[in-house]
Design a protein around this ligand. Structure first.
Ligand SMILES: NC(=O)c1ccc[n+]([C@@H]2O[C@H](COP(=O)([O-])OP(=O)(O)OC[C@H]3O[C@@H](n4cnc5c(N)ncnc54)[C@H](OP(=O)(O)O)[C@@H]3O)[C@@H](O)[C@H]2O)c1
Length: 308
C-alpha cells in the first residue's frame, strides 16, 4: 500500500509517498481504508526527531495519528465492527504508525462509528485535540463542579475543547488567548479572559483549584505555585524534563479511546460541541501541510483527503 513516510528525521521535505507493506492484522484489530486524516503538532515533533526517545528510529516511519474511513477487514476477536462500517479513530503514533496511508491498522477499542452528521474530513479533524482535552480534565486529577480553573492557551485546538468540556463540568473558567480569539473563547464558555500578549495570569489576582496548560508557557512548577490554592492541581499537555522531575504536575499523554469518541458524538448530536474550522490539503501535499502547521501562523485544523 502507499503511505506517507520519512526515512530520516528532518524538515517537511523528508516526507514522501512510498509503497510499504500493510501492517499485519492482529487480534482485536481492524483495517480501515483511510478517506481523510488530520495532522497535529505532535506529528511535526515526531518528524523532526524531537521525540526520538519515544519513537525510536526504525525507518521508514509512517506518520499521522487521526483518521476517518471505512473498515475493510477485521481480525480475530473483533465483535462490534464489521466490514463497510464508517468509523473515525486514532493510532498511538508514538509506538505504531500511522494514519497517513491508504490503510491503517488499529485496535477496535480505538475507533467509533463516524458521526452521521459529519463527513470524513470533519470527523478526523478533532480526534486528538478533543481526546487530549477530555482526558486532561477527566483522567488525571479529581475536579469537582464549581471549582475555578485557568486554561492557558484556550484558543489552541486542544484549549478550545478544554473550555467546552470544563463548561460541561460546571467549572468557573478563566482563559488566555490572543486578543483576536478572546470572543471565541468567551463564546465557548470562559467567564474571565485575558490577552496573553499584554497580561499574565498573575494580573487576574486570583487563585485557582486547577490550572491546565496547553500553551506550554508554564515551564517550571514555581511559575504556577503562587497561582494555585493549597490543594490546587496543575495539569500540562506540554511537559519538559524539569516538570516531569518535579512530581508535582499531572502530565497528559493522550491515549486513543473509542469510548470517548462515542461521548463526543453524543455531544455533537446534542449541539453541545463546536468543531474547529478546517483547511484541506491532499495527502500527496503533506509536506506543504506540515510546513504551514509549523510556521506557527496557521489557525484551525489541517485535514488531508486521501489521493494516494
Ligand atoms: N500531551 C499530549 O498528549 C498532547 C496531545 C495533543 C497536543 N499536545 C500539545 O499541546 C499543544 C497544543 O496543541 P494544539 O493542537 O492545540 O496546538 P495549536 O492549535 O496549533 O495551538 C496554537 C495556538 O496556541 C496559542 N498560543 C500560542 N502561544 C500562546 C501563549 N503564550 N499563551 C496562550 N496561548 C498561546 C495560539 O493562540 P492565538 O492564536 O489565540 O494566539 C495558537 O493559535 C502542542 O504543544 C501539542 O504538541 C499534547
Amino acid at each position: 500500500m502507499k503511505a506517507i513516510v520519512f526515512e530520516q528525521f528532518g524538515d517537511a521535505s523528508v516526507l514522501e509517498v512510498k509503497d510499504i507493506d500493510q501492517p499485519e492484522l492482529g487480534e482485536n484489530e481492524v483495517v480501515v481504508d483511510v478517506r481523510a486524516a488530520a495532522i497535529n503538532p505532535l506529528d511535526v515533533k515526531i518528524r523532526a526527531g524531537y521525540l526520538a526517545h519515544m519513537t525510536g528510529s526504525d525507518f521508514p516511519m509512517v506518520t499521522g495519528g487521526d483518521f476517518a474511513g471505512v473498515v475493510s477487514s477485521v481480525g480475530p476477536g473483533v465483535s462490534n465492527t464489521k466490514v463497510g462500517d464508517e468509523v473515525f479513530g486514532s493510532v498511538n503514533i508514538a509506538f505504531k504508525g500511522g494514519a497517513l496511508a491508504q490503510k491503517v491498522v488499529t485496535n477496535e477499542a480505538h475507533i467509533a462509528p463516524k458521526p452521521q452528521k459529519l463527513n470524513f474530513e470533519q470527523a478526523c479533524s478533532f480526534i486528538t485535540v478533543a481526546l487530549t482535552a477530555y482526558q486532561a480534565l477527566h483522567d488525571y486529577v479529581d475536579i469537582k463542579a464549581d471549582e475555578y480553573i485557568l486554561i492557558n492557551g484556550a484558543s489552541s485546538n486542544v484549549g478550545r475543547f478544554a473550555v467546552q468540556f470544563a463548561k460541561q463540568m460546571g467549572l468557573n473558567i478563566a482563559a488566555s488567548s490572543s486578543a483576536e480569539h478572546l470572543p471565541l473563547v468567551e463564546s465557548l464558555g470562559a467567564q474571565k479572559v485575558f490577552n496573553y500578549k499584554e497580561a499574565s495570569a498573575v494580573d487576574l489576582e486570583q487563585k485557582f483549584d486547577v490550572i491546565l496548560d496547553v500553551a506550554g508557557t508554564f515551564q517550571a512548577i514555581e511559575q504556577v505555585s503562587s497561582l494555585l490554592n493549597d490543594d490546587g492541581r496543575f495539569i500540562t499537555a506540554v511537559p519538559n524534563p524539569e516538570l516531569m522531575k518535579s512530581g508535582r504536575c499531572a502530565i497528559v499523554m493522550k491515549k486513543p479511546s473509542g469510548a470517548q469518541l462515542r461521548i463526543f458524538t453524543e455531544l455533537l448530536n446534542n449541539g453541545e460541541l463546536v468543531l474547529p474550522d478546517i483547511t484541506s490539503f491532499r495527502l500527496s501535499e503533506v509536506s506543504d501541510a506540515h510546513t504551514l502547521l509549523e510556521a506557527g501562523t496557521f489557525y484551525g485544523k489541517i485535514v488531508l483527503t486521501n489521493d494516494l
